[in-house]
Each structure stands twice: as C-alpha cells, then as structure tokens.
Design a protein around this ligand. Sequence first.
Ligand code: ACM
Ligand code: ZN
Length: 750
Amino acid sequence: MTLRPFLAMAAVLAAGCAAPDLPELPTGSTNALIPLPAQVEVDSTQQKVELRGVTWEIAASWQDSIGCASDWVFPAGEPRGPKPTPIRISQAPGYPKEGYALRVADGAISVEASTAAGAFRGLTTLRQLAPADCERPGRCPDGWSLPALHIVDAPQYGHRGLLLDVCRHFMEVEFVEQVLDGLALHKFNTLHWHLTEDQGWRIQIDAYPELTETGAWRIEDDGSTHGGFYTKEDIRHLVEYAAQRHITIIPEIELPGHSRAALAAYPELGCTGEALPVPNDWGVYKDIYCAGNEQTFAFLEQVLTEVLELFPSEYIHIGGDEAPKVRWEACAKCQHRMHTHDLPDAHALQSYFIGRIGDWLAERGRKIIGWDEILEGGLPEGATVQSWRGLDGARTAIASGHDAILSPTSHCYLDYPLEATDLEEVYGFNPGEVTGGPGRVLGGEVNLWSEHAPQHLVESKVYPRATAFAEVMWTAPEQHDFEGFLDRLDAHYDRMDRMGIDYGLETVPVEMTAEVTPTGALQVRVDPAMRGVSGVAGFVLKGAQQSDTLHAWGETFTVEGEGQIMTEVEHRFRLLTSPPRFPVAGHLGLTAPTVQIDHALNPYYPGGGERGLVDGLLGSEDFRDGRWQAVSGEDMAVYLSWPEPVYIDSITFHTYLYQNAWIFNPAFIEVQWCVNGSDVWEAVEITPEAPLARNDKQGLERWSAPVHSPAWAVRVELKNPGRCPAWHDAATEPTWMFMDEVVVHGRPRP
Ligand code: ACM
Ligand code: ZN
C-alpha cells in the first residue's frame, strides 16, 4: 500500500543519492560545534588564517606524533599553497585530562593541552570548524580561512560512551571502525563493546574454540544462519584504531546470565548440562552459568586471561544483569556452594560469583563494571555500577563509596523507538540528578542493543540521539539549550552527510491529530513535528492501493471507513523509506452518544480514556503506542448506545498477542446488540483457539462479528483467559489482554 506512485519526491531522492552539492556552512563558523565548548570567543574583525589541504586522516595520526612531545608543529597538509598555516600543538600543565585551548590568532593556529587526548579533542574542534567538505577525501577546498578565535574547553564527565551490542546482530570490522569515527567526531571516549550474549559469542578464545565454532552462529526461523566473530587480529586492530582516536574499548563478557551461546558450545558449564542451541529469539533465558561448578570459574578465568591480553582497558564489564535464579535453586552444585559459603539466597550466590571474578580481575590490576543488578546480594569491592533501571542503582552505589555510570532506560536506550526516546528526551537527561557520595559518577553511556538493529539500521538509531548525549556529557548543564543545539545540529548534519553517517530522525517526524465532531465524523490532520521535514498525507482505505486525495500538512480532512493515514516525508534530501502511518477508522460507533467501559482504566495503557475504544484511533503493531487499552487479570467490556436505532453490518476489532510480554488472547469474546431498545439482545460468541497454548506470534489479532441487524446498543466483552500457564516464564502471574477500538460498520438508519 502506498500513498501514491512516487513522483516529485522520487526525483529528490535520486538527487540525494548522487552526492549532490550540499549546502555549505560558513567557514570558520562556530555554529556547528557539538558538543558545545565551555568558552568560545570569536573576533571576526581580526585577521583570518588560511589553511590548505588538511585531511582528517592526518588529524587521526597527529596524536601519534604528539604523544609526549611538548611542542610540535604540524604543517597543515601538503605545501601546495605559497605558505601553509602551521598548527602548533603544545603540552602545558594545568589542563584537565581531556581539556584543551584552541587559539587562532596572528596568522597561526595553536592547540594547548596537558595530554595527547586533550590535544586530540582540541583538534576535533578545529575539524568541526573546517568546511564539511574536508570530510571527503580530495574535496577539501584548497584554501579555507578561520577568524581569530579562542576556545577553552574540557568535559564535564570523564566517561562518555556508547554500548554497541554486536551479539544480537553481528557487525563487520569496517563498520565498527565507522562507529569509532563517529564517536571520535563527538568527543566520546569509550566504546562499551558487548561481545558475548545468548544469541552469539563474538570473540575468539584460543582455549575454547567451540565458543566461536558453535557459539557464534544461530539458525534463524527461516533456516538461514546468522553470526560471525572477531579474530584476535581484528580485535587488536580495532583497539588500536580506537586508541588513535583516544577512545578506550571496554569489552563486556557477560556473566552469569545472557550466556546461552557459551552453554551451546560447552553445555557442561550450565546447571543441567543439557545441550541447547544458540537461541534465535530475544528475551531472558533461565539457563545460565552454574555457580556451583569449579569448571565454570576455570573457564571464565581462561576466557578473561585472553581478554586481558587483547584489551588494555582498566575496566572490564562483566554484565551481571537479568540472571534468573531458577536453575541455581534446583541445582545440587549451586545449593552445595550456598551451603558451604553460608550464602542465604541465590542473590548472595550471584554476589559470590561476581565477587570472585572481580577479585580475580583486581589481582591482575583491572576493575569491574556491572549492571545495577550486581547491587543485589552485596556489591563486590571496587566494582563500578552501570545504572540502567533508572538512577537508584547509581545512588546506592555512590552512597556506599562505589563509582557509577549512568545509562537509564528513560534517556539512554537508543534501541528504543523515537516514540519512547527522542532527541529532546536524550538532550533533557540530567546526570547531575545523581548527587551524594562518597562514590563518584564517572559519566554515562547510551546503549545500542541490537535485537532490532541489524548493522544497516544501527547508525539511524544512534544518530542524531548520540549527538545530543555527547553534549549532555561534555558541556556544562547551564550551557544546555535545546533550540541552540538544534541550530548547530542543522549545520552538523552537513558534516555527517560527508562522513557517510546514515543518521535517522530527531523524533517521530509528523504528528496526527484526530477529533470526532458532535455528529460523529472523524476529522484528522497531519502536522510536521520536527524541523526540516516536508511532505503530504492521505487516507488509504483498507484494501485500497492508494489515496484518492493528498492533503498538505496542516489541512483538516474527514475519514470515512477503516484504513490508514499514510504520509510521505522528506528529510534532508532523503525520502523516508518507512514514513509514519496511522491506522484510523471513521465508523458508526463514533456517532454513539453513550460509551461506557466496565473495566478499570489501566494507568499504563489507558488507550484514550473512557471513550478510547470508540475514538477512531486503531492500535498499531506497537502495543505501547498509546492507542491500546489493556487490563491485567480482568475481563474487559465496552458498551455503546444510540437514541434511535442504527443498522449494523458487522463489528470488528483487534486484540494484541505477545505471550513473551504476558499478553494473551481472550478465553472468549461475546459481541451483543440490542434489537428493541431495552431487553432483547442477540449475540455472536467467538472462541479463540487454545489461548493459553504456546504461540510465538507477536502482533494484532483481528476479530469480526457479523451482525446484519438494526440495533440500539452494542456490548463487546473479552473474557480473561486466567493466569500465565505452567510452561510460561511468568507462570501463575495474571495475563494481560489488549483491545484497540470497537469498529461498527453500518449505516445511521435501519
Ligand atoms: C540491560 O539493558 N539489560 C542492561
Ligand atoms: Zn548450578
């Protein structure tokens, strides 16, 4: 289904693909600096300096030369012009670790810092002052100028990172290089490299070859194989590539949970010893490393020995999140360990596990970082907590003298859709909320979990949101200003375009608003929700190929029937391949003056409130889209009535099915209609097939009741199927049911 055959927009797209002459930011302008430096003084009345032939491959190698050099002059590029401007890089005491001063004055450019990292950050600022075309080999103008300026700068936080999950989807070495290039541009200093997971083990370990022979590959539902791993040579190369950009790679070797790929390779490391495949589905698995088996520790120590040889990082991330304890509870070896070590419960056993690995690493001069679950059962000495389930984990850690890294799901999860976490949300993150001590907040990370991000989608999820995070972590909070940031981002996009960064959107680009008139007509309009987007909207009736009429944004139009509001959206020379669409229905139910629900509105899924099941808005495939109404452990019913009879052909609606999220089909559905205005009702009963049997489907279920009758009122009831069944991870917990809209098909008069 499309809005229309692509015409004018397609031409724009083609132009975009052909690397057009993109608009240029004024040379020497500070309007594209991200993150915003602490102090910027520009004196455009002063003499400008002219640079020639600088390329950023050279910039990357500058740091090699400056290492410990106290004074080093870089002749910018090849001396093609008569007199290239030298760039003087000097070491001077007094600058914070990554701080620097950049000065352009008297025909010279100088960078001063106390560390090579600081000088590199200063050069990155200089890079952002250069024409964007300097990002493209051979395209940098022969000469470009800078006004006199003085920038003094240093980051607020010493740990500024991105978590890259290369396990759920494997990513090529060249792609990881590109990720590092993007991080360097934004002055990040940490790549948190998530290398082991349930769905794939990605690091070569010589002593345990099955980890990559078996554990790096999974069979997808369609029979294809997905996987890959990094050889030691790959890893050494990437560690070095990162170091050249003053980025530390912190490897994450998950334990004791998220370890199914390792158990697929070496089943004896699990509590049951059962041979299980590398899973191809997302979630949290019960099978984890056995904490009672000495072999587990011998294995992990050998793995970590080889990890330490590859990664010079002071910190090693050991995971620690989402480790269900059911296997440990039922395992004789784990129970024996708890008994002999006087451990009161399975949380204490996890604490023992993490503590033992932490001690082993500490003896080798390394420190551990773990997800905030490592607080449960007691925090090992010297551990740093990465707080993801909100910020309380960080508060608890620093109160007990431990350090913390902030990655709350509320602001830092780049795998979340823009509906949940958009650019403004990320920019609004306030790490200063975590106060107290005696521990410290080291900084923060944005996380790119890749369940739904194969390599080709990663950059569109990371950017521009990571750009906002870079500023949050680097720039002082009193300088944060979202509008100003957006202005700089507009110019910064020019640079990302030249670097080939396939950034995504800042937010859901358009907004659809719908209103039901007093006579029951559904009126909608679509408006842009971010800068720099343009396009059209139209209603496409269910089953139709395209819209009859296209509407400009801001134009109100009436929807009759069930279908979708489709949009065409262009952002910066690119036509979006999956523009927003909004399922809607203009239908007879909207003309009913009385609508009542029998169930209580759930605060998380109110789905439009009392009239939400009869408001013209249908649910999308995302059950968190705000259009779904849901109940937990209850029945659900909605009643609507008219003062005069109407004629109903049929009633349709959707429920949602996603058993992993405890959302089940109803036990049965009853659709009733009143044929005499008081007590005579007819009904259709629908019995979904085995609602508590395992069903892997995730998505909409459509139900339809034929009516073909005059009616004064309608009642639709969904019976709850009961508690989660024995086979389910949440056995005995209440089940959820979701419903979107009761669509009444028919006409106003019998
Ligand atoms: C996490 O997102 N499970 C740390
Ligand atoms: Zn065990």
